[in-house]
Design a protein around this ligand. Structure first.
Ligand code: ZN
Length: 240
């Protein structure tokens, strides 16, 4: 698990089908850059086409950020299970974003299939509302903020009910989605975050970068404080 001191080690992984016009270094490269700007992280970016499908550094990582969209099935069974086991048994933090709601590691980590009732790639604004303002992932974020261009995902969102709900997003047609959801899975922590269609520059936005840094810090801790209520206040002094 995470070292007793030093930066949080984050592996930012992508299948890399996102257009280079929007994400020249991939959506994972944009996230990695945001984490480096935030400080306190040792960040590596890797892609599906890399050696070992980009998962050579899985054992090194405290947190795995995951983006997949069209190639969910290309990830080998063995690598899917390596991710799942790392979350459950070692306490790897796992952060699937956007279309990764259909990824196999996400389904298997929670023992649940997921999917949204609908989507619309309209590039309209989305409003993100903070549901739990004292949650560590919401620190530094206004109660409401706008993502200027977004893809709509709609409830009902067929996920395992979140252990903690941090954000809800609303969309141009009045649709809503539980867009920032936390779960405890074995020793690991999981955060699903909906924003980020690959043709919109969502992951360069200040609030999104802040949320990703917060989420990586939250997910790097193990889930030993489950059920204690306001566990994060108790965990503040936790050695890292
Ligand atoms: Zn999308």
């Amino acid at each position: 698990m995470q070292s007793a001191s030093g930066p949080i080690k984050v592996l930012c992984w992508s299948e890399r089908t996102e257009p280079e016009t929007v994400y020249p270094q991939g959506i994972n490269g944009a996230i990695a850059e945001g984490l480096r700007d935030a400080g306190g992280f040792d960040v590596r970016a890797a892609n599906l086409a890399d050696e070992d499908q980009g998962l050579s550094d899985l054992d090194w990582a405290d947190v795995l950020v995951w983006f997949s969209h069209l190639k969910h099935r290309d990830v080998s069974d063995q690598n899917v299970h390596r991710v799942v086991d790392a979350v459950h048994q070692r306490g790897l933090g796992f952060i699937p974003i956007h279309s990764s709601l259909d990824s196999r590691p996400f389904h298997l980590v929670l023992g649940h299939r997921s999917g949204s009732a609908g989507w619309r790639e309209d590039g309209c604004p989305s409003v993100v509302s903070v549901v739990q303002p004292d949650h560590p992932i919401a620190q530094g974020i206004d109660r409401l903020f706008v993502i200027p261009m977004e893809e709509m995902y709609a409830e009902p969102f067929a996920i395992k009910p979140p252990d903690e709900l941090v954000f809800i997003s609303s969309f141009a047609g009045g649709e809503v989605l539980r867009s920032g959801c936390c779960w405890y899975a074995g020793k690991g922590r999981v955060f699903y975050f909906q924003p980020g269609h690959e043709t919109y520059p969502v992951y360069y936005q200040r609030e999104i970068k802040q949320i990703m840094a917060n989420a990586c810090r939250w997910a790097a801790a193990r889930s030993h404080d489950i059920g204690t209520g306001h566990w994060w206040k108790r965990a503040e002094g936790e050695a890292r």
